[in-house]
Design a binder for this molecule. Structure first.
Ligand code: PHE
Ligand code: ZN
Length: 872
């Protein structure tokens, strides 16, 4: 399609938070009338516009790639309007008017999947952040809230189901084979929450009765044949509705709640009022096709979107700089929900691992931004781990400072004060301050300053007193060379070596550049356990004896701290090894300590298997790289593999016994069975490093016997990573079987692509090149693109190939994908943007690829912003 929006000749303007101005015109009511067609949908929009106060400006309506076919003012044709770039400007006298605008759009040509688009014969919308302006002209900003009435007419055969936000009002058949439906949403909302779906869909139904007795009809709409795979999502929805009443006092506010699953979707899911639209991967599951991880992700995302009904929809954002107001808070809420539904300690460890893998690199790279950014060119680029996950951590710190009851008083006040409004992060902070009676003055810096704070802890002991000196620095980030000290709440305990116990946890709140805390009553030096539960999203520098880390790995009663002690033990060893800083003797001692801790975790009868599985995960290569000023990815990979091989061979017996024990556990969704599945594949991973032939034999047996996707995918992942020639036949056979077995199931074929792209196999680059030419591969489906290329970009050995072929592959992808879907293409820039933190030879290759992209004509605003920031 010819897209008017995607080729700005000049760099896009920078939008600044400080430039916010309230709207001059509001739109209290809007009526939309759609004549639906895959290639030519006609849209008529009636806007009731109303001047605000004494504002004197003209009416400015945003557009993007659309043209007005006609403009009427109060029912009369009107020619006195003009375009200013993509905006439609009307000089309107007076206070109130009805503005009627007709547009026509081609959903089938909308490969960006923003606005109204086609997916497998159905029509659906995605309007966050700025997609509504691709449908009709409108003040497309979240502080303009309107009541929507939506009428749709379309062929009954092609679009038997017609959905929009709110409640169905009326529907009927026309004589010409079309039918129509009208929906009304009583809740005023910003345009980004508008949604429409038309297609041949079937519904799985259930209901939920709210605590005040409102019966809510629930439906999940999917393609025929998929309705058998919606049960887990439905359960998650019902659990979420109940949980939000119990924990946050939030009740649902419409008589129906609809979810639609679509196969072509840029993100995970979207919280449109009363009509959530989901990527199929976060809805469809059954044991044969979905892993335990998929089940958890579905539960979390269904909850996340449901929770947005209050944190996002009832209270929305004033402008897009406030994105973390809804996203940070809603991520925290979905994390708390998942913790309550399953194992809280395991969930916490997983969330910290995600933060460290995805957000810490943002904070230390060229795209670093505060959770409330100050400027952007393309808002789509700010749907980041910083805004989402660090945003959640910042609010989590408020819960640590206030305690749960006072925090709840704060959120009650927030919802009460701002219900129906478009609010700011500052509004949220003030409500927590007032409701929880907490001074968050200095704490606000978490909204202002980018970068992961570093806390250095030094513990000394003299007489009967232990003294802890804590100091903090916040690293410089682009545009923020100088930083102020943060408020850092650190849950801390001091352990007696003799008893293996501590005397109660304390909350130390670091507010100054340096502070000293004293602890009397210790006749011997205690062992420090700090940032327990990961109470603050910071990095801790703590010179610690190996023996003390081993002690905490064995004794710490805080599960996160225990995990962290093991991670530290391994990170320190690997960083020293990679830096060439590890004499043979120290290497031997380090390895032995790690092996012994692993052995005790393997043998610890008090641990449940899900937690055991967390403790036995090696630190990621990216996280190790984060510890180094300039990383050599091949050395990190080699050292980490060497550690894995050592653990595999030293503990070969226990790994095999573990694999046997877990293999005997029958499939169920209970925690014990899930834990067994997690460990089963982990055992294979360690064995594969030391004894690939034995591991391949076991993996093949696991694959052949699998009655669920967790076992099957785990076994295939292990087989796909074995490069040993004598195992190659088993590897090929399993991959071929997997493809044949699940042909036609897009979500499982995605797994087939990503397993190969993330494989440890030495030929992964060649495999990915071949897979890009496979008939099942397409650049138009974001899930498929991510399955192949995100997995590849996250595979350090393949992506960081010494000759730069991995970098070239990703740059080629960006250039090819950008004209199709700039939003998804831009997501591939950050892996290349990390060049400053990589050793010089590779850094030059990465930079060269960024320069090649920058030199290409007609880049999307999305890619241009990310690439130019990465080169600055
Ligand atoms: N608002 C969605 C969520 O976090 C994410 C999203 C953003 C989806 C933009 C689509 C487009 O729940
Ligand atoms: Zn969200």
């Amino acid at each position: 399609m010819t897209d008017l929006s995607s080729t700005p000749a000049v760099p896009a303007p920078v939008i600044h938070r400080a430039d916010y101005r309230p709207p001059e015109w509001l739109v209290p009511e809007i009526a939309l009338d759609f004549a639906l067609s895959l290639t030519a949908t006609h849209v008529r929009a009636d806007l009731e516009v109303q001047r605000v106060g004494t504002a004197s400006g003209p009416l400015r309506l945003d557009g993007d790639g659309i043209a007005a076919k006609s403009v009427l003012i109060d029912g009369t044709a009107h020619n006195d309007w003009y375009m200013d770039g993509d905006s439609l400007i009307i000089d309107l006298p007076g206070e109130r008017h009805t503005v009627t605008i007709e547009t026509e759009i081609n959903p089938a040509a909308n490969t960006q999947l923003s606005g109204l688009y086609a997916s497998g014969g159905m029509l659906c919308t995605q309007c966050e952040a700025e997609g509504f302006r691709r449908i009709t002209f409108f003040p497309d900003r979240p502080d303009v809230l309107s009541r929507y009435t939506v009428r749709m007419t379309g062929e009954k055969a092609a679009f038997p189901v017609l959905l929009s936000n709110g409640n169905p009002v009326a529907s009927g058949d026309n004589a010409d084979g079309t039918h129509w439906a009208e929906w009304h949403d009583p809740w005023p909302k910003p345009s980004y929450l508008f949604a429409l779906v038309a297609g041949d869909l079937v519904a799985s139904r259930d209901s939920f009765t709210t605590r005040s007795g409102r019966r809510v009809d629930l439906a999940i709409y999917v393609r025929a044949g998929d309705e058998t795979r919606t049960g887990h999502a439905m359960k998650a929805l019902i659990d979420s509705m109940r949980w939000d009443e119990d924990v946050y006092g939030r009740e649902y506010d419409l008589d129906l709640f609809n979810i639609v699953a679509v196969a072509d979707f840029n993100a995970g899911a979207m919280e449109n009022k009363g009509l959530n639209v989901f990527n199929t991967r976060y809805i469809l599951a059954d044991p044969e096709t979905a892993t335990d991880g998929d089940y958890d992700a579905i539960e979390g995302v269904v909850a996340h979107e449901y929770f947005h009904n209050w944190s996002g929809n009832r209270v929305t954002c004033r402008d897009w700089f406030q994105l973390s107001l809804k996203e940070g808070f809603t991520v925290l809420r979905d994390q708390q929900f998942s913790a309550d539904m399953g194992s809280a300690p395991v969930k916490r460890i997983e969330d910290v691992r995600i933060l460290r893998a995805a957000q810490f690199p943002e904070d230390s790279g060229p795209l670093a931004h505060p959770i409330r950014p100050d400027a952007y060119q393309e808002i789509s680029n700010f749907y980041t781990a910083t805004v989402y996950n660090k945003g959640a951590e910042v609010i989590r710190m408020m819960t640590v400072l206030a305690g749960p009851e006072r925090f709840r008083r704060g959120t009650d006040l927030y919802f009460d004060r701002h219900d129906g409004e478009a609010a700011t992060c500052e509004d949220f902070v003030r409500a927590i301050e007032d409701g929880a009676e907490l001074d968050l003055g200095q704490f606000r810096r978490w909204y202002e300053q980018a970068g992961t704070p570093r806390v250095t802890a030094t513990l000394t002991h003299a007489g009967d007193t232990a003294t802890l000196v804590l100091s903090q620095t916040v690293p410089a980030t682009p545009g923020q060379p100088d930083k102020q000290p943060m408020v850092i709440p650190l849950r801390t305990a001091l352990f007696d070596r003799a008893t293996g116990q501590h005397r109660g946890e304390q909350l130390l709140v670091l507010t100054e550049p340096e502070q000293t805390f004293t602890f009397p009553g210790f006749t011997a030096p205690p062992v420090l356990s700090i940032n327990r539960g990961f109470s603050a999203p910071v990095a801790i520098d703590l010179p610690m004896e190996t023996a003390d880390l081993v002690f905490l790995a064995a004794h710490d009663d805080d599960p996160f701290a225990r995990y962290e002690a093991m991670q530290q033990l391994m990170v320190r060893h690997l960083v020293a090894a990679v830096s060439g800083d590890l004499p043979d003797e120290a290497r031997g001692e380090g390895l032995a300590a790690i092996r012994d801790v692993y052995a005790s975790v393997l043998a610890d009868a008090a641990l449940d298997d899900l937690m055991r599985g967390e403790l036995l995960i090696l630190p990621g290569e990216g996280y190790i790289a984060e510890q180094l000023a300039q990383a050599d990815p091949s050395r990190i990979h080699a050292e980490r593999e060497a550690l894995k091989r050592w653990l595999g061979s030293q503990l070969a017996g226990p790994w095999q016994a573990l694999h046997d024990r877990c293999t005997a556990v029958p499939y169920s969704l209970e925690a014990a069975a899930r834990g067994a599945r997690k460990l089963k594949t982990q055992a294979l991973v360690y064995l594969a490093a030391s004894d690939p032939v034995e591991a391949a034999r076991r993996a093949k047996a696991q694959y052949d016997a699998a009655d669920n996707m967790t076992d099957r995918q785990g076994a295939l992942m292990v087989l796909a990573g074995i490069g040993t020639a004598e195992c190659d036949e088993a590897r090929r056979a399993a991959l071929a079987d997997f493809h044949a077995r699940f042909a036609g199931n897009a979500l499982v074929i995605d797994k087939w692509f990503s397993i190969q792209a993330s494989a440890l196999h030495p030929d992964t680059l060649a495999h990915v090149t071949a897979l890009a030419a496979h008939p099942d591969f397409t650049l138009t489906n974001p899930n498929r693109v991510r399955a192949l290329y995100m997995a590849f970009a996250a595979n350090p050995q393949a992506f960081h190939a010494a000759d730069g072929a991995g970098y070239r592959m990703i740059a080629d992808l960006i250039l090819k994908l950008d004209p199709i879907n700039g939003n998804v293409a831009a997501r591939f820039v950050p892996p290349l943007g990390r060049w400053r933190r990589i050793e010089p030879t590779r850094a030059a290759l990465m930079r060269a690829e960024l320069e090649r992209i920058a030199a290409a004509p007609g880049l999307s605003r999305d890619v241009r912003e990310q690439v130019s920031k990465s080169l600055e």
